[in-house]
Design a protein around this ligand. Structure first.
Ligand SMILES: Cc1cc2nc3c(=O)[nH]c(=O)nc-3n(C[C@H](O)[C@H](O)[C@H](O)COP(=O)(O)O)c2cc1C
Length: 188
């Protein structure tokens, strides 16, 4: 059995919807056990992550970088870093924010450097923008924001059952599928 953990923070529920889409994708791969873990739980007990094969990091972008609880999780992982507990695990990341850019790329870069500190293997988003006319920004299109370092979602100022839109959730699901598939190949 190959295991994938999705470790995320969400202040108001929007990034949680995105995390659930990543989880749906990972769990849909045959032979994968996927789990959703909040950064609060992981920060309190880092051993939750010691034996999983892949970790997908998720956080909203607040003030141009990952939200503070996610950073607290990063800092709390220094023991796992010192003991190389996450070395050679697959890693990936996702983020959500209000603006189309909102400096989400900085959050994904923060996650990438974090994963590299841990000696992990970073997996990005493989899908190109799949709008019917190839134009960016269409709400039901896969990778409408054109992010390749990880999955991006954009949320309006509305409830999490309305936003982020379907295309961003499908994009997140595809990241989960990709990570789970590669983790299984690496650990078989
Ligand atoms: C403290 C704070 C800072 C924020 N900074 C940004 C930002 O830098 N860029 C952006 O596009 N949105 C920003 N936002 C908006 C959030 O990213 C957006 O509302 C997101 O959907 C929240 O996700 P959550 O519901 O998972 O917390 C900020 C929101 C808060 C509360």
């Amino acid at each position: 059995m190959t295991t994938v953990a999705i470790v995320y923070h969400s202040g108001y529920g929007h990034t949680e919807v995105q995390a659930k889409a990543v989880h749906k994708g990972a769990a849909s791969v045959s032979g994968i056990t996927a789990s959703l873990v909040t950064v609060e739980d992981a920060t309190a007990n880092m051993d939750i992550l010691k034996d999983v094969d892949a970790i997908i990091f998720g956080a909203p972008t607040y003030m141009g970088s990952a939200s503070a609880p996610f950073k607290a999780f990063q800092d709390a992982s220094s023991g796992a870093w010192f003991n190389r507990h996450w070395k050679d695990k697959i890693a990936a990341g996702f983020t959500n924010s209000h603006s189309m850019s909102g400096d989400k790329l900085n959050t994904l870069m923060q996650m990438t450097i974090f994963a590299m500190q841990h000696g992990m293997i970073w997996v990005g988003q493989a899908e190109m923008n799949q709008s019917p006319d190839g134009e960016p920004g269409q709400a039901d299109a896969i990778n409408r924001i054109g992010s390749f370092l990880g999955a991006m979602a954009q949320s309006e100022n509305a409830a999490p059952d309305i936003t982020p839109p379907s295309g961003d959730l499908k994009t997140a699901e595809l990241l989960g599928i990709r990570v789970a598939t590669l983790a299984q190949k690496l650990h078989s």
